[in-house]
Design a protein around this ligand. Sequence first.
Ligand code: SF4
Length: 469
Amino acid sequence: MFLSVFDVFKIGVGPSSSHTMGPMSAANRFLDLLLSNEWPRPSSNVHVASIKVSLHGSLAHTGIGHGTGRAVILGLMGERPDQVDPDRMDIVIDEVERSGRIMPPGHPAYQFQPKTDLIFDKKVPLPGHANGMSFSAFDKDDRLLVKRIYYSVGGGFVVTDTELEQMRADKKKSAASGERIPFPFATAKQMLEMSERSGLSIAQMKRANEETRMSSDELDAGLDRIWAAMSSCIDRGLKVDGIMPGGLKVRRRARAIHDKLQEEWRSNRINPLLANDWLSVYAMAVNEENAAGGRVVTAPTNGAAGVIPATIRYYQHFHEDWDQDGIRNYLLTAAAVGGIIKHNASISGAEVGCQGEVGSAAAMAAAGLAAVMGASPEQIENAAEIALEHHLGMTCDPVAGLVQVPCIERNALGAVKAVTAASLAIKGDGQHFVPLDACIETMRQTGYDMSEKYKETSTGGLAVNVVEC
Ligand code: SF4
């Protein structure tokens, strides 16, 4: 099992990794397929003339609030999550709606009328996963030429139906078999054993694994890019005011809170909740940017994107000895824990509820922070466990299918819990009652038992009990 730090932390756009970035990437993959030889053409003069897309399950239920349709259109126009310019997205979509055509670079124009060719099918879920999509291409006589099913499995990852089956089969195989990395840990127990045997920290083992694919300098440059994108997301979120899109009329709060905190900081007034307030405002800044469709880094998802940046900025703000190496070690440690959670349970709200998103983010943040505060591997594992344990059972019930309520505040609270978990773990000796692996397995089982209403469908919880104005 190997999940790169750059698979966990991906630069993209809001508001959702599974409902925005995943569908955009699926559309990119379908375009690549059309140009490839991976499907049989009836004859050389048969060409793709039109495209149709249908969205299923959670993508159909909450896709409008999450901007899934917009993401599909942008993806079909050749825009990629890490490169698309958030300020140009409306222009591209208007152009497709006006012309009824998709014109991706390197392709001929295809007929695509969003109103009729992009279907939100709430009745028929696809069998493999809650976030299913079907892309079909037709010739000029409307004969089906090629069809692919993709699943957005959380954190922006997209797989075909065959790849999903393969992934599930691979999970059942021995974790250590066939790996070409020096530290192929698939569980927290294995991670601690390998650390003990090698004498290396979790971050050092993760680094050694990553360096089988790239040089040390490339790895550092990539990690620095990730933090720079997270950091500028916080800064943008602290500057912008106003109402977030989607119709709920939720006002951004990060800027006003930040102004108050700065004023308090300057006046030297004693605030017993100082660290909590700063953590919260950093997390909210990121998630308000995410809700507005801005540039965000999955950590491990968009909905939970605020927890990790908030705790890194907290580390810079409140720990005088912070440095760039510390941030790199934080990200590597957090990614190691995120990989274990994804491998053994899930980081997707549509699969296991919000415990898998904000709960995983808090566990990763607690581990990263504990690492840079000098914790032992056992204390780091303990920190991740404490943070995850106290998110178990948390449902996903976004009001109006928008990643705003409860998501924005939830990230603030996730960041506060992560710091508390790291602090508690460091005050112990690493020995503790509930192993992280048991906690992850509990999350998986709880998510499996959770009603579909609470898994990113907006058909239960706050989503049905809050009256929209
Ligand atoms: S409630 Fe949690 S899992 Fe659901 S959309 Fe919001 S942040 Fe994501």
